[in-house]
Design a protein around this ligand. Structure first.
Ligand SMILES: [Zn+2]
Length: 441
């Protein structure tokens, strides 16, 4: 939770008339045809969200939805009716891809409902739609577990599947079950699926959907997909290609490809991906967003122009001036996310501060730290902080990375004495640092 007086975040958005969905005010729902009780539920929910914000309890995007759903349990279906809904799910990249799609599709000039701060369960989706009663389109990030139910409730036109890997260790066993549920839900649904063919679990999950656009955007984390999801045999890999030696399961033919710094569209034309957001993971997210935008008739050049201007996503990648030091904030919630963050670090000797907590949203178990290779941090100043700094310290010692334990990011700034610093934090540690820096959720 962050303070009510927090400074507003600056976002590069495609055009001002598309940001109504993300504005701070929540007008009462005026969608035509919404039953009286649903209108009341949306209005009361909106009021609760406003009250929550005024009380300094976060951005109010969840509490409003919770209150609305109490009054009208099928509120999400009612609010989604008559809109074109895009759902975005996967272990990593949901929030960024949601924002990139919103930017790209926003070039059509329509108002778009969205949940740009990652409130991605039912109440968050309700709030996003209630906030933008006039929006005919919605681009919504959805938690992996809730995707089947949210697909059913919203009647989404497009479902976007990014990747599937272990999140916190205490949820690792669930990803195969998740893939099974996705597969069943998508087999029944009448929607377009945009799916990453390079992730065997995702490919399998989308394998029975009627209408799939396959994108090849790579897979950063292999350790959850050594086995064929179809039959359990060992998967064989040859560069990006993969197939099962025992059953017909193989990488599907792809329409969109991320090739280095370029995107290749379905006609075979390559264009440079000129992004402000750093790293390969964001180039992957951008290609997915281009494929989604294409469903709505947005041309690649037009979409790329909009996507290329997004510079920060819910505070991630933001540069913050703090005590004379240029801090860059990177969020890493799970092993795949840490690999992505380590990939985009500024070169040594720029110091790095790592902050790890183990609260409920982070996962209580920090043994996932042992899944991440920290050796590439050798040879530069490394500072360690957060509630589980000792766990992190033990891990770094095992990887022979020199480090100093500090009480806070401010201590790290003071001790390093350098003009810039990278900060990688997991979920609640990131929120705490943002609050300390006086930034909104
Ligand atoms: Zn197989």
């Amino acid at each position: 939770m962050t303070g009510a007086g927090a400074a507003p975040e600056t976002y590069a958005r495609p055009r001002p008339d598309n940001i109504g969905a993300m504005s701070a005010s929540i007008p009462p729902s005026r969608r035509p045809g919404l039953p009286l009780r649903a209108r009341l539920a949306a209005t009361v929910g909106g009021a609760a969200g406003r009250a929550s914000r005024l009380a300094g309890r976060g951005d109010g995007s969840v509490i409003g939805g919770v209150v609305g759903l109490r009054l009208k349990p099928d509120l999400l279906s009612l609010l989604a009716r008559g809109r074109q809904v895009v759902l975005v799910t996967g272990t990593n990249g949901k929030t960024t891809t949601t924002q990139l799609i919103t930017a790209a599709v926003g070039t059509l000039g329509q108002q778009i409902a969205s949940n740009p701060f990652g409130a991605n369960m039912e109440a968050g989706l309700v709030s996003a739609l209630a906030r933008a009663p006039e929006a005919t389109m919605a681009v919504l990030e959805v938690d992996e577990k809730y995707m089947p139910a949210m697909l059913k409730a919203t009647g989404a036109r497009v479902v976007t599947l990014l990747n599937l890997s272990r999140d916190q260790m205490d949820r690792a066993a669930e990803i195969w079950l998740l893939a099974r549920r996705w597969r069943a839900a998508l087999a029944e649904a009448d929607c377009r699926v945009i799916a990453n063919a390079d992730d065997p679990l995702v490919a399998w999950a989308a394998g029975q959907a009627r209408n799939v656009t396959w994108v090849a955007v790579g897979q950063r984390w292999y350790d959850d997909s050594w086995c064929c999801p179809n039959c359990g045999s060992h998967l064989r890999r040859d560069d990006e290609d993969w197939h099962c030696g025992e059953c017909p399961n193989r990488r599907p033919p792809v329409s969109w490809v991320l090739a280095g710094d370029e995107v290749i569209d379905p006609t075979g034309r390559a264009r440079p991906l000129d992004l402000i957001l750093p790293g390969r993971a964001n180039r992957s997210n951008a290609v997915v967003a281009l494929a989604v935008a294409d469903v709505f008739g947005v041309g690649v050049t037009q979409a790329l122009n909009a996507i290329g201007q997004v510079r920060s996503v819910a505070g991630r990648y933001t540069h913050v001036e703090r005590r004379g030091c240029d801090l860059r904030l990177l969020l890493a919630k799970n092993p795949a996310g840490w690999l992505e963050a380590l990939d985009i670090l500024a070169p040594a000797p720029v110091p790095v501060t790592l902050a790890v907590n183990a609260q409920v949203p982070d996962g209580r178990d920090t043994s996932w730290l042992w899944d991440v290779d920290y050796r590439r941090l050798r040879g530069r100043p490394v500072f360690v902080t957060g509630e589980r700094q000792t766990d992190l310290a033990v891990r770094l010692e095992a990887d022979e990375v020199a480090f100093r334990v500090v009480g806070s990011v401010d201590d790290a700034i003071e001790q390093s004495g350098r003009p810039s610093m990278e900060v990688i934090a997991n979920y609640t540690a990131f929120q705490q640092i943002r609050a300390m820096l006086g930034r909104a959720a």
